[in-house]
Design a protein around this ligand. Structure first.
Ligand code: R5P
Length: 232
């Protein structure tokens, strides 16, 4: 797998943001996995924290590693969330959802005192959009919703968006943890992510989109030797 060392170094560096007694949002994906593993090592050494997983995949991983979890309904404060990203630009705006976990990830990140993004250098971009933007939609009426998503992306300045329903096993639409579908929107360039986010958010049938604007305050980029930390 590419960039494993860089991902692991970014994840390990994020441990410095963890303090005893914290409730921590646990992100999803191959980079977040390294963080959950690093956290499990700290817990084995005596750290006392509780995790709130952002996907069933992360819940299973955390349970298998002995990371104590708290049901999201019982959480009154999340001190920190550490999560990966598919793209991060120089304003800490993100595309997320490559692993179909964007809805829970955004709920938890938005509820956290601090969101720390961990990534390898391949995720850094000048302008968001090379990675197809995931948009989570309700199965009911999803073809209608897809047309509205197309119109919204055009209005936001994307010249020729291309939208595909993400497929899972047996070529059926992939179903998220929340029971929804994902539209992958190839945009090439998203000239105004905040405007695109605003337009997508008001479409009936759109449950959530993968643009994370104004949520990440810290970005950690791993390298072969260590990691660089950027504060916003
Ligand atoms: O839905 C998945 C998440 O947004 C992931 O955090 C994102 O896709 C990055 O994953 P990875 O660290 O595997 O590249």
């Amino acid at each position: 797998m590419a960039f494993e060392r860089e991902k692991e170094n970014a994840a390990t560096a994020a441990i410095e943001f963890v303090e005893d007694g914290m409730t921590i949002g646990l992100g999803t994906g191959s980079t977040a996995k390294f963080f959950v593993e690093a956290l499990a090592d700290e817990i084995a050494d005596g750290l006392v924290v509780r995790g709130v997983p952002t996907s069933e995949e992360t819940r299973r991983l955390a349970e298998s590693l002995g990371v104590p979890l708290v049901p999201v309904e019982q959480v009154d404060r999340i001190h920190l969330t550490v999560d990966g990203a598919d793209e991060v630009d120089e304003h800490a705006q993100l595309i997320k959802g490559g692993g179909a976990a964007l809805l829970r990830e955004k709920i938890i990140a938005n509820a956290s005192d601090l969101m720390v993004v961990i990534a390898d250098p391949s995720k850094q971009v000048e302008v968001l959009g090379s990675f197809p933007l995931p948009v989570e939609v309700t199965p009911f009426g999803f073809t209608i919703t897809a047309k509205k998503v197309y119109d919204a992306l055009k209005t936001s300045g994307i010249s020729r968006p291309r939208i595909d329903v993400r497929r899972g096993s047996g070529d059926k639409p992939l179903v998220t943890d929340g029971g929804n579908y994902i539209l992958d929107c190839a945009c090439s360039v998203i000239p105004d992510p905040a405007y695109a986010a605003e337009l997508l958010s008001v479409i009936p049938g759109v449950v959530e989109h993968g643009l994370f604007i104004g949520l990440a305050r810290t970005v950690i980029i791993g390298s072969d030797e260590g990691a660089s930390i950027f504060e916003y």
